[in-house]
Design a binder for this molecule. Sequence first.
Ligand code: PEP
Ligand code: MG
Length: 887
Amino acid sequence: MTWVYDFAEGSKDQKDLLGGKGANLAEMTNLGLPVPPGFTISTETCRAYLSEGGEPEGMAEEVTDHLAALEEAMGKKLGDADDPLLVSVRSGAKFSMPGMMETVLNVGLNDTSVGGLAARSESDRFAQDSYRRLLQMFGGTVLNVDSELFSEALDEAKRAKGTDSDLDLDADDLRGVVESFKAIIKEHTGRDFPQDPREQLDLAVRAVFESWNTDRARLYRRQERIPEDLGTAVNVQAMVFGNFGMDSGSGVAFTRDPASGEQGEYGDYLQNAQGEDVVAGIRNTVSLADMAEIDRTSHDHLMDIMRRLERHYRDMCDIEFTVERGKLWMLQTRVGKRTPEAAFRIAVHMVDEGLIQMDEAVLRVTGDQLALLMFPRFDETADRVLLATGMNASPGAAVGKAVFDSDTAVEWAERGEDVILVRKETNPDDLRGMVAARGILTSRGGKTSHAAVVARGMGRTCVCGAESLDVDTKAKEFRVRNGETVREGDVISIDGTTGEVFAGAVPVADSVVVRHFEGEKLDDDLAHAVSRIMAHADGARRLRVRTNADTPDDAARARRFGAQGIGLCRTEHMFLGERRELVEKLIVAQDEEGVEAALAELLPLQRQDFTEILEAMDGLPVTIRLLDPPLHEFLPDLTELSVEVALAEERGEVDERATTLLTHVRRLHEQNPMLGLRGVRLGIQIPGLFRMQARAIAEAAADRQQVHGAPRPEIMVPLVASVRELAIVRAEIDRVIAEVQEARGMKLDIAIGTMIELPRAAFLADRIAKAADFFSFGTNDLTQMAWGFSRDDVESAFFSRYFEHGIFDVSPFESLDQLGVGGMVEMGTTKGREVKPDLKVGVCGEHGGDPLSVHFFDTVGLDYVSCSPFRVPVARLEAGRSVLERR
Ligand code: PEP
Ligand code: MG
């Protein structure tokens, strides 16, 4: 077993073993780029450490060997009194978890070696500054001392000096800070800061391992769906110093703009600073263009390396670098996170630049990103009061009440309020609040600050570095330069695409991508990029994409969005509103004649409904589902009606209608309506109802045919469990269709199929297929019935506990439970096709528009998915990606 690897031993393809940072450091080392030497303790070691509760056997010896090699390479010894080698100890999991785990810099400094560092660097100030940073990071992350204590002591030193910049503290001031930090450590841990360099290193490595399991790291993983059992690698690397003076500095950069996808390098540079200062936003950074003015040589070298990295990785890279006394060092690179807009634009630009092929471009974007691009934007024509402009860190339009801490954000969001989390800057402890908020607003930090990186990662709208805002989190308010104050609870609107912050709730308008799908001709780079990616995905995909729509407007919109028919036209809303009265008549009818009369009134209305929808989808299949929900949903509420009748009686009045209705409401009342008289059961109980609907569909088709339309209706029976149920209903429908054909003298082609949404139906799909022309999986009910979860109640009731325990990491109502419910879908499909090889099979539950579920449905060979109109483009894209991924 090998636990530790030299940078020169790895490559970018070893992220499982070396973590993302380690693998890419290895790659850069092997590319001959200026990377400070070092070694990586593997993720395997972390897993072993966490399961054994200590360092695995042999690890310490390997660290010793690699450290010796590093000392040899650098010509210095760790923590040497005269010329100390210092190292950084950084976490690095397979998937980037920005700021979630620990980093300790300057390991190797102690009361003696700080003198050696001062002598060698000829800067006492630099040596003291480095030592206080080690104490601060080590104290906070390794020894678990509250980091606030260190910040407060540092602030105190600045106050004493009459400054608010750490740069104004001289060597003696910093010596004082070092002493107070040591005292803090002693006071809060009961021991002195460890002076032995190797002990420092070992404890720092251990702290990194353990930081895998902090609450914030767990929460982040759940949010980002990163598996719990990966562990993190630890990178031990020779320190280079950006805090040597003004000829040194640290920066982060992207090879393209991660917010817009615009071509050209983008980054932030901070003179005389270590890397953590840049992301923490303690001072304001300068752009790369300004860096060129400060240090042309390092800047040009950096540009050259960035271009090289982009060509090598064939993707946008993000980079961390340090300049030490005019020499550039690369500390990290990886394929950079980007906004959805940037993802689409970069993918297509890279095709045009010959870096990648279209297939790959499609694989580099996701349906989730496309969905985000379809969110509304603020309406630019509306009246708006601009409060400030910051950086457009993560796109979207968010409106909510301003809150100033994570607890409030979570609390208010839980009671259903939209909130915007406002902070000076965020740190990893704000994650809970960021998850709960609609948007994040900070007054400091650039596009690479923690707030920006994390918000982009989770698709939250974010404006950062709105410097004209004076945020006071203690007073729970921020002041705007013009004097206005926004307090906790005041509504604000933030535009993550432009960086603007507005007072009050700004109305929203359609996004450019939606306008593109609507068919508007736009001269817009993003719209072009989306259009090309969609065309390629459509060319690749096998699955057809239909929509769930039950109005002509929705049908027409879905068609513009690329729907290839309707997979589910629910008919329940057609019985609501004014028509409720007719349903009431049907239910209270005393005899056959009364029933027929009520149905006769409904027939023309239904015919009209279907004619309009068939017209909107002319030429494409339209699956109309016969009435599904329990009848009581169309009747007044039992309690209310009882009270009404009782009150009338008390007044000595008799309300004939209410009293009769009450009898029927009582008769139809069910303890478990979702398991009661609904779906096909209704059709068997009140056969006239389904007959009427079938007639309306057949007549609507005949009407459309008469005017030379191309109607393609399909009739779907819900909630079937037994082939007998379907056969009985089907016989009735067949008879009605025959009658209409006869009466109208035309041939109608209407398929009759069933939903498969009960476990029994999935198990007996081979029998049911005998009476069905098609299947459509109702995965909403199938999930409900498979888990025994009430789809209306459980998500808000106890799912958060289920997430905490990792029973599932996403609601099975949102993304298909592939093992359980998916297993039934697969079995049902196979069994159905055993009997009818050409059986058309689709899905019309909510999962039809969920990216992961779409891949599953494609893999098990369904013919189509059906989803709400807005998810049609998402499903098209994912269906294409699914095929390309398999290739
Ligand atoms: C389903 O159960 O998946 C379905 C599409 O039907 P409904 O949501 O109307 O019950
Ligand atoms: Mg259903």
